[in-house]
Write a protein that binds this ligand. Structure first.
Ligand SMILES: [Zn+2]
Length: 426
């Protein structure tokens, strides 16, 4: 399978790590000289002499970015900017990220690598069904298509009828979408008994999902689906991408330095241990970040992948620190619920979790899930009871499951699927 930039993606680890250290040292000196925020925090901290010294450098949080809204984290003069993007903040100000021309070149480069790793080749057509605009997804992947030499179909998010028309009429080989929206497209295709003309690959991301959901989506849409990861604070999509070996997501390590730390203490964890992903942008010019705490929970391995890439791989995310539900004192990740549900062939990937706290004060968790349109089910209540039992024994929490007819749970055409309704905080 094709590696877009083997001179970096398949570089022997000692050389890759030497390059990372050189870039990290340059970054620290650049921030010391040109960033108001980091200049202060780096005072008295010597330049790193090895990658282990990374642990001595200050960390950055989402709050740091919020407090420096809109452009307080800039490390270049604003005349050098070529573009800005922003992530929608659920509360308060959005997080703004800025790019120089060189940053945009890197943005295109890492997304071209992602497309190639996901099976797309130069000259092929790729439908971008992430939103265009301030959100990084659409334009980020669009730049990747151009850098790879593929043909972008800039469908953006929403307008499902138009998306399907493009997929059925044009020789579109791959599509990029949130997993929940890819599922919406797959369901509509099946309901209308239509087939995409040439679709073989899907890149899904910008939303939490599981391998079980992937298997479901691949079967419904008739594609090989891979997981793409990114975040506005770092660059947007293209930070990491799963290859067709499906053995974790390759981090573009010559640009992004990844660590996994204890989410409580912030202490670095050994290779393979699960914790919070922390990322440093090694080459960003306009708005570099040092040791950004992503709140995403994963683990990291550095052994060579069967695809030939030497870059470190992160595992599928267990969830975000912030998404973890605490039900009667027990930690529950929505992804764990999804994993259990999708082991039932009768159930569809359309589900939601409703948490409530009635007057007696004990949390109540309800899992609602649609059954498959063609599932042979004698009694939905009996099935619901079995699902309840399986969820309870896996999650170790008392809950209730309901099995609903197809099409009952609201579909999201743009933005991220809302899987959790926590009425305790409403
Ligand atoms: Zn690989």
């Amino acid at each position: 399978m094709a590696i877009f930039r083997p001179e970096y993606e398949a570089l022997e680890r000692p050389a890759l790590e030497a390059l990372q250290l050189e870039r990290l040292r340059a970054l620290v000196e650049r921030l010391r000289a040109s960033s108001a925020v980091y200049g202060e925090r780096l005072r008295g901290i010597p330049a790193p002499r090895s990658l282990e010294d990374l642990a001595a450098l200050p960390m950055t949080t989402k709050d740091d970015l919020r407090e420096s809204y809109p452009l307080g984290m800039l490390a270049v003069s604003s005349e050098r900017l070529a573009r800005i993007h922003a992530s929608s903040g659920t509360t308060g100000n959005p997080t703004i990220t800025a790019y120089t021309r060189e940053d945009l070149r890197i943005f295109g480069e890492v997304n071209a690598r992602s497309l190639a790793a996901a099976g797309i080749r130069p000259g092929e057509m790729f439908q971008v069904a992430w939103g265009y605009g301030l959100f990084t997804g659409g334009l980020g992947m669009h730049g990747g298509c151009e850098t790879l030499g593929a043909c972008a179909v800039p469908a953006s998010s929403g307008n499902t009828a138009r998306q399907l028309q493009l997929l059925c009429d044009l020789p579109v080989v791959g599509i990029g979408a949130t997993p929940s929206y890819a599922l919406v497209l797959a369901e509509r295709l099946r309901a209308e008994n239509r087939r995409p003309k040439a679709l073989r690959y899907a890149l899904c991301g910008a939303e939490a999902w599981t391998r079980e959901m992937r298997a479901e989506l691949e079967a419904l849409l008739g594609v090989t689906a891979t997981n793409i990861y990114g975040l506005t604070e770092i660059i947007g999509p293209g930070v990491a991408q799963e290859c067709l070996e499906k053995a974790g997501l390759h981090v573009q390590e010559d640009h992004f330095l990844a660590e996994v730390v204890d989410p409580e203490s912030g202490a670095p964890l050994p290779e393979g241990a699960r914790g919070e992903l922390v990322l440093t942008t090694l080459t960003r010019e306009a708005m570099p970040v040092l040791r950004y705490r992503t709140r995403d929970l994963t683990s990291l391995v550095r052994e060579r992948c069967a695809c030939g890439r030497t870059t470190a791989r992160i595992d599928w995310f267990t969830g975000r620190v912030d998404d973890m539900l605490v039900i009667r004192g027990i930690n529950v990740f929505p992804s764990a619920v999804e994993e259990v549900l999708l082991r039932f062939a009768e159930l569809s990937p359309n589900y939601r979790i409703v948490v409530d706290r009635p007057p007696n004060g004990l949390d109540v968790m309800l899992v609602e899930v649609e059954h498959q349109p063609d599932a042979a089910i004698d009694d939905v209540d009996v099935l619901a009871e079995i699902v309840t039992g399986r969820l309870a024994e896996t999650l170790l929490v008392s809950l209730h499951a309901r099995v609903l007819p197809p099409g009952t749970i609201e579909r999201i055409e743009a933005g991220k699927a809302k899987r959790v309704i926590d009425r305790r905080t409403l």
